[in-house]
Design a protein around this ligand. Structure first.
Ligand code: ARG
Length: 579
């Protein structure tokens, strides 16, 4: 049930019926303060202004035409022309029962779109580091949510597997292999990259060989391709281990690296030239964009082929966008890339639109994000100033989660080592992911171990713990959850509020699916957990006054636990049955 849409439709109808212009919308919002009801209508002042009538008068007319029979308990005008709506408890109870009866908690699937989600996308022959955390975690939550809503989601891991540096990497791989070191692991690949670079900078013969290999690789030489493949495969296998560890839904099948578009590039450059969009200048090929201005205020020249014939990151992304529309049949393409690449994407999109590769109806969205900072507000690094590897970060999280479990917060008397390890894993991964997901992605944020592993506040452990508390009610009741079928009655204020909050799950997910803002779902789950725990403190559940009341409250508790579990799941975070 999407209550917001339901009320919006009804109010919009009433507004039209009293002559409000069609473009004036109801602007229905969840009330932040209960004294304004459960929902409020904010759009009447603007409509009244358009009509040139007093807003209070318009509000009265709208209410007279507004039919919320059986849905709302009261509909009142407040202030200059707001409408406050309190939902009907009986109606809420029915909706709760419907949600409880469905494994999807009452959330109906959307009409499916094909949505390409470009995320994670690390570079080959480099170990994944903390800079890839945001794209990987936020992109994955977004993919899960869109999929849950019924869309055909295509996960695209646009790995950086092409470029001139492969000449040097191949030359060095050859050197290593001759030296008898047959297998290189990615854990040493960072080292590998550094050593390759070192050789390239210091040894002219090596550098010459590397340059030759670049040319050979680009012209499809089989030896170079084979060496290149080896480097790519090692990276993919190593990255997959991190994805699995982090409970990220990417698989090796989702790898669609830059190299995949190589054979499209000459055709694209030729086509852009033929369309008069690209021009040659001093041997290079550029597209001049009036839409993007350079520092002198002149149309920006975007290079798509260099004088030496090499193509660029932009050229690849043009081909890639075209492929996603033409071949993958995308209705919507979302990029989870940091904000520094926004300009790059705008250039790519302007070009693909102008060239007619992608129609305006297909959405291109950059769900950008800021940086992760250390306590010193500089990019998050080790004390020695080294970029933090993801594996090391997760090891540290695991260590901290273990000691958290062993500290006073959790009862470990009867916990065995297997359970302890499982718990530490769920808590550590949950904490790291939730810390990412709960922040508004557009801003930078400061990485803070203590905060993310706290049982207080908007954290994963808080919500995971709230979940186990509800589970323990059921365990103690020894009742079969399937049999909670009695009538739900929402007599008290807190029961009413909890029910409304539970039923706002769908509209919350709808926002996240539209905007790619998992922090909205985090805030919702946190708020739901807080609301439930205050309810639980004030209203006995197992010791309720009557069997009827107990049954009713147990059902509210059950839907709360399911919502928390499913909500966390959509964020890629697991729950446990006890802590
Ligand atoms: N490999 C790039 C990087 O590490 C990110 C690629 C993002 N996706 C894209 N289609 N450009 O910065």
């Amino acid at each position: 049930m999407n209550i917001n849409i339901l009320i919006s439709e009804k109010v919009n109808q009433a507004m039209l019926a009293v002559g409000a212009p069609a473009h004036c919308k109801a602007q229905v919002r969840q009330s932040v303060n209960t004294k304004f009801g459960d929902y409020q209508v904010n759009g009447l002042m603007a409509a009244a202004k358009q009509l040139g009538v007093p807003s209070n008068q318009l509000a009265k007319k709208v209410i007279s035409m507004l039919n919320l029979d059986g849905i709302a308990r009261s509909v009142d005008i407040a202030g200059p022309g707001f409408i406050n709506i309190v939902l009907d408890s009986q109606w809420l109870a029915t909706q709760i029962a419907i949600a409880l009866a469905s494994p999807r908690l009452g959330i109906l699937p959307y009409s499916p779109q094909t949505i390409v989600v470009d995320y994670s996308s690390p570079n080959v022959a480099k170990e994944m580091h903390v800079g890839h955390l945001r794209s990987t975690i936020i992109g994955d939550a977004s993919a899960r949510i869109l999929e849950f809503l019924g869309h055909n989601v295509i996960r695209a891991n646009h790995i950086g597997d092409w470029g001139t540096h492969f000449g040097m990497l191949i030359a060095y791989l050859e050197k290593v292999e001759y030296g008898g070191e047959s297998e290189i692991k990615l854990s040493s690949l960072d080292n590998f990259y550094r050593k390759a670079k070192n050789n390239f900078d210091r040894d002219p013969d090596f550098a010459q060989k590397a340059r030759n290999y670049v040319v050979k690789l680009q012209s499809g030489d089989s030896y170079c391709l084979q060496m290149w493949r080896k480097l790519v495969n090692i990276t993919i296998v190593q990255n997959q281990k991190i994805y699995d560890r982090l409970n990220i839904t990417l698989s090796q099948d989702n790898v669609m690296g830059e190299s995949m578009y190589n054979n499209m590039l000459p055709g694209i450059v030729a086509d852009l030239k033929a369309k008069g969009l690209a021009v040659e200048k001093a041997g290079a090929t550029l597209v001049f964009l009036n839409e993007c201005k350079n520092k002198e205020g002149k149309p920006m020249g975007v290079i798509i082929q260099k004088t030496d014939g090499a193509y660029l990151y932009t050229t690849t992304d043009i081909a890639c966008a075209k492929y996603r529309y033409e071949t993958l049949k995308a209705d919507r393409i979302i990029y989870y890339i940091d904000s520094r690449q926004h300009q790059h994407l705008l250039q790519v999109w302007t070009i693909v639109r102008k060239a007619g590769y992608i129609p305006e109806t297909v959405l291109l969205e950059h769900h950008m994000f800021g940086m992760i900072l250390g306590q010193n507000r500089k990019p998050f690094k080790t004390r020695e100033g080294v970029t933090i590897k993801l594996n090391d970060l997760l090891d540290e999280a695991l260590k901290r989660a273990r000691s958290l479990i062993l500290s006073k917060h959790i009862n470990v008397d009867d916990i065995n080592i297997v359970e302890l390890e499982r718990l530490a894993q769920v808590i550590s991964i949950g904490a790291v992911k939730y810390a990412e997901l709960s922040k508004n992605r557009t801003s930078n944020y400061i990485f803070n171990w203590d905060e993310m592993l706290s049982f207080d506040g908007n954290t994963a452990p808080y919500i995971q713990y709230a979940y186990t508390r509800i589970r323990s009610i059921f365990k103690r009741s020894a009742l079969n959850e399937q049999l909670f079928t009695g009538h739900i009655s929402l007599e008290d204020e807190q029961e009413h509020l909890l029910a409304v909050r539970l039923l706002q799950y769908q509209e919350t997910i709808a926002i996240v699916a539209r905007d790619g803002t998992p922090h909205v779902l985090c805030a919702y789950l946190y708020n739901l957990a807080v609301l439930f725990s205050s309810f639980y403190e004030n209203y006995p559940i197992l010791n309720a006054n009557s069997d009827k009341q107990r049954q009713s409250r147990l059902q509210l508790a059950l839907l709360t636990s399911r919502t928390l579990q499913q909500g966390l799941n959509l964020l890629g975070i697991d729950t446990v049955e006890r802590m």
